[in-house]
Design a protein around this ligand. Structure first.
Ligand code: FES
Ligand SMILES: [Fe+2]
Length: 459
């Protein structure tokens, strides 16, 4: 079974050899220089204020997954810094977004994370608004001077667009059209058919660092052997790194194979982690006769075979063999990373705190394509709690953890959670002169450089 594909001659940077111009192909190199930025970008209130003025309003922000608001009237609330938005599916199934602030006295109209509504009523004095934002009713309208309300104050709308099953908003309304602004190659998001997946879990925990300290941590696999040693037996941390336009990027990580650091002669036995990946693909690890060099390609073949026999997995026909086994870890400027896999997409959103540059909210949204057949389930590495419904029948509530509670996000992500507050503290040391990003960390320099373009007036 399988061919001897894994090279123990891994060299960095990796080029997996897919043809140029394909989604898998290696993007041409980008020279982002060697400048060492001042670390105050990670903690100063002034830098945070600049982001609030020159970055966040001017980009497209991931506000929701369209799978979470499928029916007319479905809405979800997205909080980003001091702003809060209501994202609502309209009767014609388009999507509109409004600031979550009542035009009367500013009260938050929606005080729950999500729901379904035929109209919105502000809890303070019960003004009513249509789902399209128009004013429906002012209680005791005759007690208002008509001049004050002659503009029929409705909800304040925010520019909204969708791409590949994701909903984006642009606060200042002046960003280029979404499909021009999107730095990922054409068809990249669409290939995963996220519209046919369900949002099966959404968690939000508060972490003790700047949002960029968080992004930086997840934008490289260099730290895997050190912070997540348990992944070494089943994930290759040397990635193909692709820098795309407008601060976007990707790293392709091989899943279901031992890291190149293990020489086959040293370590012949299959790692327990790899066995899990085999089992997830429908291969019985106990009777498996392949070696560590074969697991990744055998996983691909097994998944390909499944897709041939299971109709709901037809979308896999559009994926390469690499996409069936690997994680395409995709950076969406400025604050999102998506682990893109055949079975589902693991979205991480790094949301700035309302006021504190040394806090952020870590949002995880797990999109999963449910297939109702025996022995097919959410991949084990996604760490889904047993009791959660993965069929898409239930819209999950957001599970929240305040800053001092250990979040229920699984052991690997907890290692990052523990790490970031120490990084944040060290960043502020007088002895620290700024980050020295190596080539395994080039995605960090790439998006940080793009942030500077916004803040320095180049964009
Ligand atoms: S603040 Fe909303 S009705 Fe008064
Ligand atoms: Fe990590």
């Amino acid at each position: 079974m399988g061919s001897n594909q894994q090279a123990n001659t891994f060299k960095f940077p990796l080029d997996l050899g897919a043809p140029d111009g394909t989604l898998e192909g290696k993007a041409p190199p980008v020279d982002n220089g060697l400048a060492v930025p001042d670390p105050s970008r990670y903690y100063s209130a002034e830098f945070m204020a600049k982001e609030g003025k020159d970055l966040w309003p001017r980009v497209w922000l991931l506000a929701a997954c369209s799978a979470d608001i499928r029916e007319a009237g479905d809405y979800t609330v997205y909080q980003h810094g001091k702003e809060e938005f209501i994202v609502v599916r309209q009767d014609d199934l388009s999507i509109k977004t409004f600031y979550n602030a009542c035009p009367h006295r500013g009260n938050r109209i929606c005080q729950v994370d999500r729901g379904t509504a035929s109209s919105f009523t502000c809890p303070f004095h019960s003004w009513k608004f249509e789902c399209d934002g128009r004013l429906k009713e002012i209680v005791d309208e005759e007690t208002f001077n008509p001049k004050l309300i002659q503009h029929r104050p409705g909800l304040s709308e925010v520019r909204t667009d969708t791409l590949g099953g994701l909903v984006f908003i642009n606060m200042d309304g002046k960003a280029p059209p979404l499909n021009e602004w999107m730095g990922l190659p054409e068809g990249y998001l669409e290939a995963y058919d996220m519209d046919s997946m369900n949002l099966v879990r959404h968690t939000r925990s508060e972490w003790k660092s700047n949002w960029k300290t968080g992004v930086d941590t997840f934008y490289e696999s260099y730290h895997l052997p050190h912070i997540h040693p348990q992944t070494q037996g089943s994930i290759e941390e040397f990635s193909q790194i692709d820098l795309y336009r407008n601060g976007f990027s990707r790293m392709i990580m091989w899943f279901g194979i031992k890291s190149h650091r293990f020489e086959a002669e040293h370590e012949r036995a299959l790692d327990e982690g790899v066995k899990i990946f085999l089992r997830d693909a429908g291969i019985d690890p106990e009777s498996y006769t392949g070696t560590n060099a074969d697991t990744r390609v055998d996983i691909q073949a097994a998944k390909r075979e499944r897709a041939r026999t299971l109709d709901p997995l037809r979308p896999w026909d559009k994926l390469t063999d690499g996409q069936l086994s690997d994680g395409w870890i995709t950076g969406m400027f400025p604050n999102v990373q998506m682990g893109m896999h055949a079975e589902g997409v693991f979205i991480m959103r790094f949301v700035p705190h309302e006021t504190d540059p040394e806090r952020f909210y870590y949002d995880n949204m797990l999109l999963y394509r449910h297939v109702d057949v025996p022995n097919y389930d959410v991949p084990t590495w996604m760490a889904m709690p047993e009791e959660l419904d993965v069929t898409g029948a239930t819209r999950p509530d957001i599970e929240r953890w305040p800053v001092d509670q250990v979040p229920g996000i699984g052991p690997v992500l907890l290692q990052d959670w523990e790490l970031v507050e120490h990084v944040q503290r060290g960043l502020k040391s007088s002895g620290f002169k700024g980050p020295l990003w190596g080539e395994q960390e080039q995605r960090i320099r790439h998006y940080q450089r793009e942030i500077d373009r916004y803040l320095d007036g180049e964009k």
